[in-house]
Ligand binder design. Sequence first.
Ligand code: HEC
Length: 194
Amino acid sequence: MKKLLLFSVLSSLIVFVSCTPKPKPEITEQQKSALRSDAKTFMESLKSVLIKEIQTHGIVSAVSVCSDTAQVLTNNYGISKGIYIKRVSFKNRNPMNVPDEFETKVLKMFEEMHSKNQIKPETEYVELIEEKGVSKVRFMKPIIVQPECLNCHGAEEQISSMVKEVINKIYPNDKAKGYQIGDLRGAVSIQKTL
Ligand code: HEC
């Protein structure tokens, strides 16, 4: 009887200990600011490749360069930083840029904020998630349409017929036209394993 009691006390202790949640790791200010700067550098390098190509070879050539470079840069940048980084949008041009479940949730939130004029240059979203026992920090930042984007993402009449031709050829299912300055274009999305 004593043995049985001891056994049950011990086993409930084991259950108790193994059920106590592990303390959730917190995202430090330092980690946040590193992610912020990764997103910024990534967007700046994409933009500088784009602008350089437009200036040296023209807008038509920029489309094809951009379509390859964006994905290559996305991969290389992520690998060099040990992170996953990409751009996502509900109205995506590249099928690779469809948002996943988490990105969809955050993009919807950004859209809601955008409709209330609440998107600011410092707007961002950070969340710590557990995926298959791995802690990951996910970071997203809105991308807003600027004047120079309209050559390739604006209304039909703002995009030259040559540019349209190239876009339609590479992206037959392009949804990323018809934007105006100030529209929410999508978001930069970063995942980093802790
Ligand atoms: C020279 C044409 C061109 C210009 C100018 C341009 N883009 Fe794009 N954009 C593209 C192409 C091509 C893609 C598909 C690239 C890829 O494969 O990721 C793209 C993709 C994107 C994506 C990823 C989501 C998607 O639709 O696939 C975002 C976000 C984006 N552009 C935002 C912008 C913003 C913001 C600007 C202005 C600062 C801009 N673009 C200017 C051609 C252009």
